[in-house]
Design a protein around this ligand. Structure first.
Ligand code: GTP
Ligand code: MG
Ligand code: ZN
Length: 307
């Protein structure tokens, strides 16, 4: 690791609380962070890590929140450590510290690997939030290796945000909570499902009050990052809705393997849309005129063949 602690503490020794937000690909991290930012006027700096070459998430957060730093094309816990250090330095170089820093980890990051950064010069780790989707927790088709790493992410949580409860029935939610009770028995759980969130629940993100040392056991063998492959698929737009569906249908033929996640901005005859794929679920959302951005390649993340 090339990172070196700066010689002088910034801001006369004051330390800024920092919250890491982890959780598997597509679990709902960006959605949850955007909701928190919507609830508060506090000056919060956000660092967003996307493993793909295009940082779709940073653009999504930036649309609502100016103070957003992007880390693209690699994972902050392993392959993009230098970029992570540079983002911290950039914040340290400010004359005035932000009130709080939120870091969206990539979906393949291991929170345990980034925890030490939370106590680097000028910062104080407020805690680790792990976002978990009901359907992913209960996915019996998930390869064993991925499941082990998912559990390792969760074992580091000071707070779990359970998402997609709006898509699940009561029995599934209960089963997901029971699994969380086994994996992360001491972490409180808040319902982060769309339309189901209690007011202020996500605000607990910013008041964790410290990190309980994680009991995530080291997993020998490949990292979660190693188990995935990232591809950029150029899109010949504009495409209408049927064209987008056909493109998504064709992805497994191009990419091979199981597609865990895809996202990008695609031009349509009616303006740009955000395309999101998580497992079997697809979401196509028109961007509002104030949110317009240039079309991007589609970033496609698949589980490497042979896993
Ligand atoms: N129905 C429903 N959809 C959700 C919920 N949370 C997130 N989503 C959708 O799930 C998809 C992924 O959400 P994101 O917030 O981008 O997930 P993420 O964890 O940031 O994804 P990566 O950064 O790519 O790992 C999007 O289409 C969201 O609209 C939820 O609670 N309910
Ligand atoms: Mg995200
Ligand atoms: Zn990593």
């Amino acid at each position: 690791m090339a990172y070196q602690e700066p010689e002088f503490l910034p801001w006369d020794g004051r330390r800024v609380p920092i919250t890491f937000v982890g959780g598997y690909l597509g679990a709902g991290k960006t959605t949850a962070i955007n909701e928190i930012l919507h609830e508060t006027d506090r000056p919060i700096a956000v660092i967003v890590n996307d493993v793909g070459a295009i940082n779709v998430d940073a653009a999504l957060v930036k649309r609502r929140h100016g103070d957003t730093l992007e880390l693209t094309d690699g994972c902050v816990c392993c392959s993009a450590v230098d970029g992570f250090g540079a983002a911290f330095d950039q914040i340290r170089a400010r004359p005035e510290p932000p009130d709080h820093v939120i870091v969206e980890l990539s979906g393949v990051a291991e929170p345990a690997n980034v925890v030490p950064w939370g106590s680097s010069a000028g910062f104080l780790l407020d805690g680790v939030v792990v976002v978990a989707a009901v359907d992913q927790l209960l996915d019996a088709t998930m390869p064993e290796w991925i499941r082990i790493h998912l559990e390792r992410q969760l074992a580091e949580a000071d707070l779990v945000v359970l998402t997609k409860t709006d898509l699940a029935d009561a029995a599934a939610i209960e089963a997901a909570r029971a699994r969380l009770g086994d994996i992360a028995p001491t972490a409180p759980i808040v319902d982060g499902g769309r339309g189901r969130r209690e007011a202020g629940a996500l605000g607990r993100f910013l008041a964790l009050g410290g990190h309980r040392s994680g009991d995530a056991a080291r997993v020998p063998g490949p990292t979660l990052f190693d188990l995935h492959e990232v591809n950029s698929v150029p899109v010949d737009g504009p495409l209408d809705r049927a064209g987008i569906e056909a493109l998504l249908d064709s992805l497994p033929r191009h990419i091979g393997g199981h597609i865990a996640r895809a996202k990008g901005v695609i031009q349509t005859p009616d303006g740009p849309v955000l395309v999101q794929v998580v497992g079997q679920r697809r979401e196509v959302t028109p961007l509002l005129p104030r949110e317009f951005q240039d079309p991007t390649d589609l970033v496609v993340i698949s589980v490497s063949a042979g896993v």
